[in-house]
Design a protein around this ligand. Structure first.
Ligand SMILES: [Fe+2]
Length: 262
């Protein structure tokens, strides 16, 4: 018996699939359908989503007794230094030092206060500290890539970190993820956790990336991009990006399922 070699799809093939789905979605929206603001769970250009997307309706869970006693986080539980990813080791990490700040808001623009935000990201070379990430980019002994913060009374948060690099993944031949930072918002109970990603403006990989493109509404995709803000840059020190997270309503930030992690 001979085995067939496994051939990976090429970027042009994946890009064509992305564009075809996008055109279908645009036609549906033009015909009066609702824009698709959230990622498609079953999105063929993102190959593994085909196998692992949920196939049943979500189970609605109302918080019950145990939920009411689950951990809740306040200012005293999370040290302010945990939001600085550049001071976790003996030396400074390599890369472009940045701040990422913004507000967590509900659909009416009201601040969502005292929320635990966790972030994780690759280093400036595009490498995660994770045994599954073995691609030949250097680890940085001074960068782990995880941090957390609690939003203030005005819903604000702020992280100091370094700009992550793009990295290869094996969705298809020559597949590269745009630079991004993963965000988790814990909510006030385990059933409320939301996970998303922030991107950086002007990334040439946006059009090629099946994860970013799995949101078919272009306006919703744009809302995942942090904005460079010169007023947030610190002279001689760091560049500032601002990114607000809107939890509900037509301007909400796209959230992803737990199993998305690339
Ligand atoms: Fe990632």
């Amino acid at each position: 018996m001979t085995t067939q070699p496994i051939t990976q799809p090429t970027q042009p093939e994946i890009t064509k699939e992305i564009r075809d789905i996008e055109a279908d979605a645009a036609r549906a929206a033009a015909a009066g359908g609702r824009p698709e603001r959230h990622a498609r769970r079953d999105y063929a250009p993102y190959r593994s989503s085909v196998l692992r997307h949920p196939t049943h309706e979500l189970v609605r869970v109302d918080p019950e007794e145990v939920e009411r006693f689950s951990p809740a986080f306040g200012h005293t539980d999370v040290d302010v230094l945990e939001s600085d990813l550049t001071i976790q080791h003996s030396g400074e990490p390599l890369g472009e030092r940045i701040t990422v700040s913004g507000r967590v808001l509900d659909g009416e623009g009201r601040p969502v206060r005292h929320q635990l935000i966790e972030i994780w990201q690759a280093n400036s070379g595009g490498r995660y500290v994770h045994k599954r990430d073995q691609h030949p980019a250097p680890l940085d002994p001074n960068f782990t890539g995880v941090g957390r913060a609690v939003t203030g009374d005005d819903g604000s948060y702020r992280f100091q970190t370094i700009k992550p690099g793009p990295y290869p993944w094996r969705n298809h031949l020559n597949a590269w993820r745009p630079a991004h930072i993963h965000f988790s918002l814990f909510g006030s109970a385990f059933t409320q956790r939301l996970v998303t990603q922030m991107y950086f403006p002007g990334d040439p990989l946006f059009a090629l990336d099946p994860i970013y493109q799995s949101i078919t509404d272009p306006a919703a995709r744009e809302r995942l991009i942090g904005q460079y803000d010169h007023d947030e840059s610190v002279p001689e020190y760091s560049l500032g990006y601002v990114w607000d997270i809107v939890l509900t309503g037509p301007k909400s930030t796209r959230m992803e399922s737990e199993e998305d992690h690339d």
